[in-house]
Design a binder for this molecule. Structure first.
Ligand code: AMP
Length: 284
């Protein structure tokens, strides 16, 4: 395994791999790796000849300076884990390697980015779309792996991949959870053990809504209310939003019909802002 810091070097390695007809699987991350990331990396290892993991805490996607500063970072521990997972390259550039002097080009994905996390975190998806475009352009992966945990991010990346004509297949994998149901996240390390335990209320709320959906409830407000009321039983929790949206377009819906729907939530616990979601569709 090799750690690459320079964008040019990353691009020249992948150029050579393409000439050798090797398939490249790419997993973009911000590090502080946990089992959620590792599930993506394991799948990348299965599907591709060469696996590249990027570790870059992208300043452009943080709308709060404090959040950026306190984001957990541990490249040494991450590199040790990635060796065990037979990753071929880690791409870990410094910010100035990506955002060169007078950087002024941004990727903006319309509509999809105006709701949910986009509304709560202005500029976040512009940062995500811009960095993913830069990374895809340097690496040109055959496959890129993303977690359903960040449902809106998945929608944004699928759209930009299609719109900009990247020849990369976007592979989306399920959310990995703690035994309590709490979705794994690098941000969980900002929680005390007690907060972590209490934060499992988020998934309990989502599960209750799913049970109601299975029982025939199709009214989006009522389903959102089930989630909201459950989470509100936990005094530590401060709800940012609970929204029922179309799973593909992320447009808010009133009644769940033929198309799959996503219940997306953002909740603050202590120092962390946690997001989670569950997909409801008739096949379940
Ligand atoms: P991050 O390092 O938070 O930017 O996440 C990098 C990738 O890992 C993204 O595609 C996330 O959606 C994915 N990911 C994060 N947490 C989980 C999880 N609990 N289960 C599955 N994938 C995850």
């Amino acid at each position: 395994m090799e750690i690459i810091n320079r964008r040019q070097r990353m691009a020249s390695i992948t150029r050579k791999l393409r000439r050798e007809n090797k398939t490249v699987g790419f997993v973009p991350t911000m590090g502080a790796l946990h089992e959620g990331h590792l599930s993506l990396i394991a799948e990348a290892r299965q599907m591709s000849d060469v696996v590249i993991v990027s570790i870059f805490v992208n300043p452009m996607q943080f709308n709060e300076r404090e959040d950026f500063k306190k984001y957990p970072r541990d490249l040494t521990a991450d590199a040790a884990v990635l060796t065990d997972y037979q990753v071929d390259y880690i791409f870990a550039p410094e910010a100035q390697e990506i955002y060169v002097e007078n950087f002024s080009t941004y990727v903006y994905v319309e509509n999809l980015t105006e709701t949910l996390e986009g509304a709560a975190r202005p500029g976040h998806f512009r940062g995500v779309a811009t960095i993913v475009t830069i990374l895809f352009n340097a690496i040109r992966p055959d496959f890129a792996f993303f977690g359903q945990k960040d449902a809106q991010q998945v929608a944004v990346i699928k759209r930009l991949t299609r719109d900009l004509g990247f020849e990369t297949e976007i592979v989306v994998l399920p959310t990995i959870r703690e035994e309590t149901g709490l979705a794994m996240s690098s941000r969980n390390s900002l929680l005390t053990d007690e907060e972590k335990h209490k934060a499992s209320i988020i998934y309990q709320g989502l599960r209750e809504a799913k049970i109601a959906f299975r029982g025939g409830e199709r009214n989006a407000l009522k389903l959102a209310d089930i989630v909201r009321r459950k989470i509100e039983t936990e005094p530590f929790a401060r709800i940012d939003y609970v929204s029922v949206v179309d799973a593909e377009t992320l447009a808010p819906i009133e009644k769940i019909g033929e198309n799959a729907a996503t219940i997306a939530v953002a909740v603050r616990f202590g120092l962390a802002r946690l997001i989670d979601n569950i997909v409801l569709n008739k096949k379940q």
